[in-house]
Design a protein around this ligand. Structure first.
Ligand code: GLN
Length: 301
């Protein structure tokens, strides 16, 4: 495994087509694109890491996995009255479909669905309390204390979040937000601004694995369902392509991170800031394709 990760890192470092770093959040555009990290945390407790596996990066939409687990923990299946479970086939920040579907976002991993999810885990608490719970949840999953929200990234996103403001107001017009749009957006942008390294993310992802030493934060049924949603919706309009190329559930973020679950085997985190046309890590996706091919790991047997 270590040899495989080292080989993946040298291929990635040699690549001259690294994709394009997200620039619609100004703070993210400052990240050096020549970074690449990968970490594998297995069900038997081994951890393998290579490249920039200990460099913290903005997890962005990977946080939607933790947000979903937290929201389901609070309201259970009631969440599904307000968010769907179908892939959208559209970009992560799309406004389309909401009008025809009465303000019920297609799934919790597109931005519209994540705003409803944030509103759900906010419930009646303050953003500070809710974000504190979120950070503690992630800390408990990865067993690292030093998980922080990057305030510069959060403020940078809030200052430029016109699209997400539009989505939140549109959701509110259908009565699908309980809290004020400012409160929901502030919470959502801070949740996306959590910084984690590949090592921390791979360890946190173990909450979606079954095994004696794995963190027991959610039920088996919920783990399976979240994995199913990651497979069908975790890469937006690139979800089919990721399933085809990698064959494992994954969740991407515009910071260039991807969390991938190989059920029964391992949680894997990969990071490279340059993105492909879907807004998912370009080299991260390619690395996972190589990883899945070489290990033979796939949920499709
Ligand atoms: N915070 C980002 C946004 O809402 C997350 C998007 C992403 O990672 N795909 O635009």
């Amino acid at each position: 495994m270590q040899d495989l990760l080292d080989a993946i890192v040298s291929d990635a470092m040699a690549s001259d087509d690294r994709g394009k770093v997200a620039d619609y959040i100004p703070e993210l555009s400052r990240v050096n694109p020549n970074q690449f990290g990968i970490c594998v945390a297995t069900v038997s407790g081994e951890v393998y890491a290579a490249g920039d596996a200990d460099t913290p990066f903005s997890i962005q939409s990977v946080s939607k996995v933790f947000a979903l687990a937290l929201a389901l923990g609070k309201v259970g299946d009631q969440l599904w009255h307000r968010v769907g479970r179908e892939p959208s086939g559209l970009a992560f920040n799309s406004l389309l479909l909401l009008e025809h579907e009465n303000g019920i976002p297609r799934n919790p991993f597109i931005n519209a669905g994540a705003l409803v999810t944030a509103d759900t885990y906010l419930a009646d608490s303050s953003p500070r309390e809710a974000l504190g719970q979120m950070v503690r949840f992630v800390q408990a999953a990865c067993e690292f204390e030093d998980i922080r929200i990057n305030q510069n990234v959060a403020q940078s996103e809030i200052a430029t979040a016109n699209r997400n403001f539009a989505l939140a107001h549109y959701l509110a017009s259908f009565g699908n937000l309980r809290n004020s749009t400012d409160k929901v957006l502030g919470t959502y942008c801070h949740q996306c601004a959590i910084d984690m390294s590949c090592r921390q993310l791979a360890l946190a992802g173990r909450l979606l694995l079954e095994g004696p030493g794995m963190p027991r934060l959610i039920s088996r049924e919920r783990r399976r369902r979240i994995n199913a949603l990651m497979m069908t919706c975790g890469h937006y309009d690139g979800s089919g392509d990721f399933a085809f190329r990698v064959g494992l559930p994954g969740k991407s973020g515009v910071g260039g991170g991807i969390l991938v679950i190989a059920p029964g085997r391992a949680s894997i985190a990969v990071w490279s800031p340059g993105l492909n046309q879907y807004g998912n890590s370009k080299l991260g996706t390619e690395a996972m394709e190589t990883f899945a091919r070489k290990t033979g790991w796939s949920v499709f047997g």
